[in-house]
Design a protein around this ligand. Structure first.
Ligand SMILES: Cc1cc2nc3c(=O)[nH]c(=O)nc-3n(C[C@H](O)[C@H](O)[C@H](O)COP(=O)(O)OP(=O)(O)OC[C@H]3O[C@@H](n4cnc5c(N)ncnc54)[C@H](O)[C@@H]3O)c2cc1C
Ligand SMILES: NC(=O)c1ccc[n+]([C@@H]2O[C@H](COP(=O)([O-])OP(=O)(O)OC[C@H]3O[C@@H](n4cnc5c(N)ncnc54)[C@H](O)[C@@H]3O)[C@@H](O)[C@H]2O)c1
Length: 474
């Protein structure tokens, strides 16, 4: 019997536990908070549930363009959106309930599969055992043949902007609000900042986005960031570019955020979305011979091995690519490798990712930045969403579909989709990248008429027979 001990019950930990148990290991999982981890309780599930409500509001905002109008009794000039009231207390109660239920479901599945769950805190006691401190304060030493560390990450705080959970909030604290903020300042225009700014903007809140760079979403496709920036601005959001926050303080019944250049921004609440730090302190890593990077992330190879024999790590604590899907895959890979099953090393080139803004931004494979820097040779096409028949019918104007392929063979190597539900549309391109199919093969796949995915086929057709690394923009 191989004893597997996992610290952390997020996607990295619980997906690994399922595989470990399936492959005949005796798995113990230690989680200090709740099963599903931050992904389920405070990060992915709550934010995407909030965004589900915001999405409905975004559609309602287009209702007037599609010929819908408020009831005759409404005063003239009112839009359909003006007639809707957001009950944030109910929205957030639903979110918290849904996340808690998801956690319960995951726990039940793990128990049904035979995983032993310890509610408590784990730390390494050398590379071959784990000390679990139970919720009641008692502790237990667990000898382990294989250890997986999947302890995740937490919000980074600025020293002069400590989160109080009332007015200065991090992303885990947003669900305690029962009334819409009068004016929400969002500090940080990375994925978290952009998603919350987009959602609260759609809910009708006056949003100020403090962005340290020229354009929102600096790590995403530049064309995509440009579309989002202009959609945000057109919808009335205030974006303060090249503005770095240094402090936030509660003043009266509001907050004041101070920028590096001395300017101040006033609002009712502020969301600090300035990145994440790995939960790797106090785990006994150094003593166990496990190397970390200067930021605290655990060094792992592509099969999730750390620098200590039979100790693996997965997910945000490794900082490889902070996504739930990647955490889960790293965890499974660790178990496949450790327990002697067939395993393919992690390949970041096939990871599909999505920013859940309105419109969404989905990406897979090579990036425009890599092509422009000459890291990859590619030819590409970019089709504006506005030219798609279905998009016209639905009143969608903002967005595009971009496809990259190898110059000689035409093999699809990446893509970017900016559109509502891009997270679903990207699947075709993910499959193409993973299966290494050519643009001609993709062009021969039937798409429904009319459909947004029709533009994926159209993009592939436009890339037929064009030699060289040119960029076609329509
Ligand atoms: C706002 C937000 C939205 C996001 N949205 C998405 C999305 O839409 N899609 C996506 O793919 N990714 C998304 N992410 C990223 C995703 O949340 C993370 O990549 C994912 O949670 C990583 O999973 P994990 O298992 O590494 O860690 P976590 O989910 O953080 O779980 C780690 C667990 O370990 C526990 N733990 C830590 N230390 C100990 C210890 N010593 N003992 C016992 N337990 C311990 C913690 O309590 C936690 O429950 C989002 C992130 C944020 C911040
Ligand atoms: N849809 C998704 O998959 C999703 C959603 C949210 C988060 N995530 C993941 O979670 C992780 C954390 O996301 P994040 O957006 O919080 O972090 P991030 O590090 O991606 O972005 C933080 C942003 O804040 C900016 N910033 C830092 N300090 C600042 C300051 N003082 N003033 C103004 N701006 C400042 C940074 O320049 C950066 O652009 C990321 O790895 C992300 O991929 C994924």
């Amino acid at each position: 019997m191989t004893h597997v001990v996992i610290i952390g019950g997020g996607p990295g930990g619980y997906e690994a536990a399922l595989v470990g148990q399936q492959l005949g290991g005796k798995v113990t999982l230690i989680e200090r908070r709740g099963m599903g981890g931050a992904a389920v309780l405070t990060d992915v599930v709550p934010s995407k549930t909030l965004i589900a409500t915001a999405e409905v509001m975004s559609q309602i905002a287009r209702a007037d363009d599609l010929g819908l109008c408020p009831d005759q009794q409404e005063p003239p000039g009112r839009t359909v959106a003006d007639t809707i009231t957001v009950d944030l207390g109910r929205v957030n109660a639903r979110i918290v309930e849904l996340a808690a239920q998801q956690s319960v479901d995951i726990r039940a599945r793990l128990l049904a599969e035979g995983v032993r769950i310890i509610q408590g805190t784990g730390r390494l006691d050398g590379p071959e055992s784990v000390l679990a401190t139970h919720a009641d304060g008692t502790s237990e030493l667990l000898p382990a043949d294989i250890i997986l560390i999947a302890t995740g990450a937490r919000p980074r705080e600025l020293p002069d902007a400590p989160c109080d959970g009332q007015r200065i909030l991090n992303w885990t604290q947003m669900y305690t609000l029962t009334e819409l903020p009068r004016r929400l300042i969002v500090v940080g225009s990375g994925v978290t900042g952009a998603e919350f700014a987009s959602a609260y903007n759609a809910l009708g809140v006056d949003v100020v986005l403090v962005s340290s760079r020229n354009q929102v979403l600096p790590s995403e496709d530049e064309d995509a960031g440009r579309v989002l920036q202009s959609v945000f601005e057109e919808s009335g959001m205030t974006i303060m570019s090249r503005a770095r926050a240094v402090a936030a303080a509660v003043v009266g019944d509001g907050v004041v955020v101070t920028l590096e250049d001395g300017r101040t921004v006033e609002g009712s609440h502020v969301l600090m979305a300035v990145g994440a730090v790995p939960n790797t302190d106090g785990l006994g890593l150094e003593e166990a011979g496990i190397h970390t990077r200067p930021g605290g992330q655990i060094v792992v190879d592509r099969v999730s091995r750390t620098t200590a024999r039979d100790v693996y790590a997965a997910g945000d604590c490794t900082g490889v690519f902070n996504l739930a899907s990647v955490a889960a895959m790293q965890g499974r890979i660790a178990m496949w490798h450790a327990l002697g099953d067939a395993v393919e090393p992690l390949d970041l080139k096939v990871v599909a990712a999505n920013v859940f803004t309105a419109p969404e931004i989905a990406t897979v494979g090579v990036t425009q930045g890599e092509v422009e820097a000459g890291v990859v040779r590619a030819r590409e096409v970019m089709l504006q969403l506005g030219s798609n028949a279905r998009a016209k019918m639905q009143g969608l104007k903002d967005g595009f579909i971009k496809v990259f392929c190898l110059p000689t063979t035409g093999i699809v190597i990446g893509g970017v989709i900016v559109a509502p539900h891009a997270s679903e549309l990207i699947h075709t391109l993910s499959l193409a990248v993973r299966a290494k199919i050519t643009v001609d093969q993709l062009a021969q796949v039937f798409t429904v008429y009319p459909s947004l995915s029709g533009s994926v086929g159209e993009a592939a057709r436009r890339l037929h027979g064009t030699a060289g690394d040119e960029a076609l923009v329509y």
